[in-house]
Unconditional design. Sequence first.
Length: 134
Amino acid sequence: MICTLSKHAAEGAGFQDALMLDWRGQIAEATGANVFFVMPDGKLHTPKPDCFLDGITRRTVIGLAKKRGIDVVERAIMPEEMANASECFLTGTAAEVTPVGSIDKYTFTPGDISHQLMEDYDQAVGKTATEAAA
């Protein structure tokens, strides 16, 4: 219920979604998707799913990243750490792998890791290039 209310509030303010924090003030997820950040160490960082859904798409993308040799770090992430992230994307059944351009005052540019994982995910679920572009 709180995610639905948060998403509606975000949309009412002109945004597409809301970033949810857990009870500790740590980044948890979007309202219907898990979140990933590419940090300066070149690794893919994602919140540890200790109080939110460890989604199937999230687990799939972690597996695809590891298969590519991309280190994945599951850990507590504080909101101010987004200032250091170069890329951000969401994963979920509906979102699949969706790049994020900005969250609040933080901006991100989809780069090699985001694009590669989008392509790998499309291949993993059997999408053709035409379907993926649609």
